[in-house]
Design a protein around this ligand. Structure first.
Ligand code: ADP
Length: 192
């Protein structure tokens, strides 16, 4: 059982690498950003509420996000593990994951539960140019500035959170896409 979380600022390449690792490990790739964008496109009640926050580059409130993630992680394709991309993004969400892991350990005490958090590191100035060239609706200069600020305030503390728990794997994200994947594969296989 492998469970991976992709951490890192917007533009670090989490999504690209998470999709690749999902293929390699044959695990579902669960991107909270993608789930939210689908909800926005389908104008679900969740999507209608989330849109306001996403367009500003703010985090969608936990009271909306936690139920959404809980529901997704109860689907049968998560039986052998999962790859989370964009979640957890604050300390409260990290405690939520910790509780889930504990529950799964209690339910399946004989199954090894490998859990790692991948921190993809990329210098700030490179992040902004990557995001501007991506051209998603929330990839304009003002929103990007706020998303990076939100990352520093709310998500970056998770680097310490997971370092303390010895669950953090740091990867240099300022390399070619293939080189990052290779570093990742190596680091994860060494840790598991
Ligand atoms: P990026 O990697 O560029 O930050 P994402 O696709 O992961 O983009 O997220 C896009 C937006 O969706 C975020 O700016 C935020 O508004 C919302 N979002 C995604 N995941 C979460 C989460 N775990 N908690 C709160 N909001 C989230």
């Amino acid at each position: 059982m492998v469970k991976l979380v992709f951490l890192g600022p917007p533009g670090a390449g989490k999504g690209t690498q998470a999709v690749r690792m999902a293929e390699i490990y044959q695990l579902p790739h669960i991107s909270t950003g993608d789930i939210l964008r689908n909800n926005v496109a389908e104008q679900t009640p969740l999507g209608i509420q989330a849109k306001l926050y996403m367009n500003r580059g703010d985090l969608v409130p936990d009271k909306l996000i936690l139920g959404m993630v809980d529901h997704r992680l109860k689907q049968p394709d998560t039986e052998n593990g999962w790859i989370l991309d964009g979640f957890p993004r604050n300390v409260n969400q990290a405690y939520f994951v910790e509780k889930l892991l504990l529950k799964s350990k209690n339910e399946k005490p004989n199954v090894s539960n490998s859990f790692f958090v991948i921190n993809i590191e990329v210098p700030g100035e490179i992040l902004v140019s990557r995001l501007l060239s991506r051209g998603r609706k929330d990839d304009n200069e003002e929103t990007i500035k706020n998303r990076l600020e939100v990352y520093h305030q709310q998500t970056k503390p998770l680097v310490d959170f997971y370092t303390e728990r010895q669950q953090l794997i740091s990867i240099d994200g300022n390399q070619s896409i293939d080189a990052v994947t290779n570093s990742l594969k190596q680091a994860v296989s060494l840790s598991c």
